[in-house]
Write a protein that binds this ligand. Sequence first.
Ligand code: FA5
Length: 337
Amino acid sequence: MSLPAEMAELEQIPAEVDARLAAVADLDELAEIDSAYLGKKSALTAAKKQLGRIDPEQRKAAGRAVNEIRAGIEAAIAVTRDRLSAAARAAQLEAERLDLTETRERIRRGSYHLVTQARDRLEDVFVGMGFTVAEGPEVETAWYNFEALNIPEWHPARGSFDTIFVNLGEPEQVMLRSHTSPVQIRTMETTEPPIYIVAPGRTFRTDTADATHLPAFNQIEGLVIDRGITMGDLAGTIDSFVHAFFGGEVKTRLRPSYFPFTEPSAEFDISRPDGSWLELGGCGMVHPNVLRNCGIDPDEWQGFAFGFGIDRLAVMRYQLDDIRELVNNDVRFLRQF
Ligand code: FA5
């Protein structure tokens, strides 16, 4: 290197810089090194000023030598800056990384309410048996809730439904439906037989809540209208459904009963593990008056209907002591299922 004697110490600088760059910790320290060796107060900047004072013969070679040293240091600092920047970026990404797997494991999974689970399962079982699912409104007129179902105004059966009325004034009597049977009428009015439907939904009565009653509860209605339907088809359908829903151990029985919209009528019970019976719902052969009210000829078409409580079914399926557990909304209780 062609440096005059008074600048000889500049030759040490590249090695010194290399040693410091090898040990540099971060970009801040690199900036300090940059300023110390290339800045205004650095030996190299001072050397440039000295060039004017040295022998013109040597000046050119000395200038080139100083520039080479400077360029070498600049290049080494640039390489180190790239390396440190890449490392800093990687560290930042690592620090800001979202561990999605970890978050997912920490979230507590919710579940459907017991009644919703029972209702979904009921729909699955009946759809598997060839039924379709129908719906109707929760607020009904007397025609759908009672009259079309062969319960005229004077009929004592109206009393047994403990109806909650909605006061909308004349001319129509309006009420919260006290059972899902109005959906039978709505379906028969609009659908040509053969009909195979189930209609789950909320129902309301002035019943006081106790271990087996709720004022707002859920029923599922079933309606079959076809040619040559008998009570045997009804009994077989209930039996198949109960087996599909509960498994083979649960037995069913029909007891003679009375509903104005079916003739003959029955109530059906299912066996509890302790051998006692739980009343699940009512059923029967659709009354000819009901068919006629919907414009269906009872000489050509026959059918059966049933309606039972979904909440009671959930009580049985999940072995609860009290139906009110379903509406207390105690999350510790609901979480178990
Ligand atoms: C009816 O509601 C008839 N519509 C059933 C029917 C349909 C008969 C089609 C014939 C043909 P019932 O009032 O018995 O019947 O009620 C049927 C079921 O609903 C009861 O067996 C019970 O499981 C359930 N249920 C009735 N009241 C309540 C209540 N307050 N809380 C919980 N479940 C109830």
